[in-house]
Design a protein around this ligand. Structure first.
Ligand code: CMC
Length: 432
């Protein structure tokens, strides 16, 4: 987390000049250090949505939104998706380097060892209403882990490795159990002989009457999908995880909050919204032009879901991987999915439309991941859960990095107050 000082910037306020150091990261991103701004000038910055604000320095993930680059710890996401399994990438994000054969074997065995959840936790599932959204269950279960495994909730326990490995393994089990509960099927327990992704598919799709209804294409697709979800620097949910953690809250509470942030339709919840949008277009006779016009209409709150990104102003590299994967999974099922045709037509038309071109709006990760999950038989309301399972190592890495960062302070932005000036309480009988 070392930035190099490359010069100074001056901020002139009335007759005062504040000299602020300018730092540069390893990929040339430059930042003005305004930490003394308020103390020296009385001013604060106004930056809704933190569009121009660097909240931390980080060694984990690099994005160049103009060039469409995404790297985890220096490795291109496409390289990782092509050559690694998800658990190797999880290990990379959390530990900083890819595992050796021996490290991977130990990691796999830890993941297997800690895949069960406390039997009493299963009781929770029984009492959720049938129509509960699995993201609500996932978030509640994540924070509940801190009461079932209190030693895991302490921030300063020795074996962080153990703690985070348990979390990665158990969240997957919780996700699969919540799905089984939602369809009224008995839970399928994790199995030691299976690798991480296959174990998940087994817990999701096997039943007493149908063993292993998944195939190698699905296992490969799941590995790649989780890899492209695995981290995305200071996005909304990662910032929430860091923000909650900055108050000293334990890892489980912080992750639970991150899950809630991810659920939002402008963030990870967009993958569910994309499918719902494509289904609506299909039901409506497939009129793609109408939807594009609606998305461009400033009087309508409607947005083209799965399009646009705060950072990418070119094609999201994750969307490229997801698109290819989606086509491969669909080809393997030998089914025809009309939603794929609609998605491709929508993409082609939006990319040729001046509104989207001028604003740099391209398909983002959620545009094709939802379709791929759907082809794999994962129900729509589980899509964001899949995103959460993938994003978990990123959240953990961000949380751990923050714990070690000497510059880290409790997240506490300022505001510009615009409410009433000081006034006195009028006795209730005299109020109008
Ligand atoms: N459809 C139509 N117009 C859009 C869209 C869209 N999907 N996205 C942005 N715009 C317009 C927006 O109206 C604005 O226009 P104008 O300059 O005329 O006011 C301009 O593009 C810039 O948009 P913004 O809202 O200022 O950009 P932002 O960086 O604050 O928001 C975003 C980024 C992802 C929330 C937004 O693009 C969006 O709502 N997209 C749809 C939801 C979505 O797919 N979210 C998933 C994001 S990727 C995965 C993840 O983060 O988890």
């Amino acid at each position: 987390m070392k930035m190099n000082k490359i010069g100074n910037a001056e901020i002139h306020v009335d007759d005062q000049t504040l000299v602020c150091p300018v730092y540069e990261g390893t990929e040339g991103e430059r930042a003005v250090d305004i930490r003394k701004l308020r103390k020296e000038t009385g001013l604060i910055t106004y930056d809704p949505g933190f569009v121009n604000t660097g909240s931390c320095a980080s060694d984990i993930t690099f994005i160049d939104g103009e060039k469409g680059i995404l790297r985890y710890r220096g490795y291109d996401v496409a390289d990782l998706a092509e050559n690694c399994e998800f658990i190797e990438v999880a290990y990379l994000l959390i530990n900083g380097s890819l595992p050796t054969v021996a490290q991977k074997a130990r990691y796999s065995s830890l993941l297997n060892k800690h895949s069960m959840i406390h039997e009493d936790m299963r009781e929770f599932f029984i009492h959720y209403p049938d129509r509960s959204h699995p993201m609500a269950i996932l978030s509640a279960m994540a924070v509940s882990l801190s009461s079932f495994y209190p030693e895991m909730g302490e921030n300063h326990t020795e074996d962080v490795d153990m703690k985070v490995t348990r979390l990665i393994s158990k969240l997957r089990t919780i996700a699969a159990f919540s799905y089984k509960k939602s369809i009224g099927d008995p839970a399928v327990y994790p199995r030691h002989g299976l690798k991480y992704c296959e174990n998940f598919l087994n817990m999701m799709f096997s039943s007493p009457v149908n063993k292993n209804p998944y195939n190698a294409v699905m296992i490969e697709a799941l590995n790649k999908l989780l890899i492209i979800h695995a981290d995305h620097e200071q996005n909304c949910s990662a910032s929430v995880v860091r923000g909650v953690g900055s108050a000293g809250a334990n890892l489980y509470a912080s992750i639970s909050a991150g899950i809630c942030a991810l659920w939002g339709p402008l963030h990870g919840g967009a993958n569910q919204q994309v499918i719902e949008m494509l289904e609506a277009i299909h039901r409506d006779g497939g009129d793609v032009d109408k939807v594009i016009e609606k998305a461009k209409n400033k009087r309508s709150p409607f947005r083209l879901m799965g399009f646009g990104h705060r950072v990418y102003k070119s094609y999201d590299p994750r969307a490229k991987i997801a698109k290819a994967l989606c086509e491969k999974v669909i080809a393997s099922t030998e089914k025809i999915d009309p939603l794929l045709d609609i998605a491709q037509e929508l993409e082609a038309k939006a990319l040729a439309d001046p509104y989207f071109i001028e604003r740099g709006l391209y398909p983002n990760v959620d545009f094709y991941t939802g379709l791929t999950y759907r082809e794999m038989g994962i129900p729509t309301d589980m899509f964001t859960v899949m995103f959460a399972i993938g994003r978990l190592p990123g959240w953990i890495a961000q949380w751990m990095e923050m714990q070690k960062d000497h510059d880290s302070r409790i997240a506490r932005p300022r505001q510009v107050y615009t409410g009433p000036n000081a006034r006195k309480v009028v006795p209730i009988e005299k109020r109008k």
